[in-house]
Design a protein around this ligand. Sequence first.
Ligand code: NI
Length: 188
Amino acid sequence: MAILKIARIGHPYLRKKSVEIEDPTAPEIRELVANMVDTLADAGGVGLAAPQVHEMLRLVIFFVPLASEAADRYHDAGLEDDDEEIALTVLVNPVIEAIGNETEAAYEGCLSIPHMTGEVRRPRHIRYRGLDLDGNVIEREAEGFHARVVQHECDHLDGILYPQRMDDMSTFGYSDEVQKDDDLPESK
Ligand code: NI
């Protein structure tokens, strides 16, 4: 097991489409996932996509904790959530479809864009489907933060980073600066 280097915004792999995995049960896929789990734990995020560690494969890992920097950022926005904890999930060749037309905006961060955050509007309810490492189908409905995490990670597989989803770039900035928003004295 190893901690892998994470590609940062600008790297060509973060702009390209990844390819489908033919055999999710292959030992090299299992090894890649083990290394991604180590890398995610070391970096302290909630999700990681294979292209972020320089593997152009349609594979993501994520989990939904009740509390984390990313979850807090979401809940701070006052958005309703079902507060469901999701254990570490490996999704091979994931497919997402939105359920309904409801969208919501919340701040996101990305391990490939360190120290930055920005507000992204995304569908609130989704259904996603993929394979686990034994080749079994995983199919779930998700909403709120869970749905957001999955959409963010799967965007990486199509070469999309969250700033490309933003419709108000004035909300993009260094996390510690954006957080100052509430603390600023009234300007006169
Ligand atoms: Ni990301």
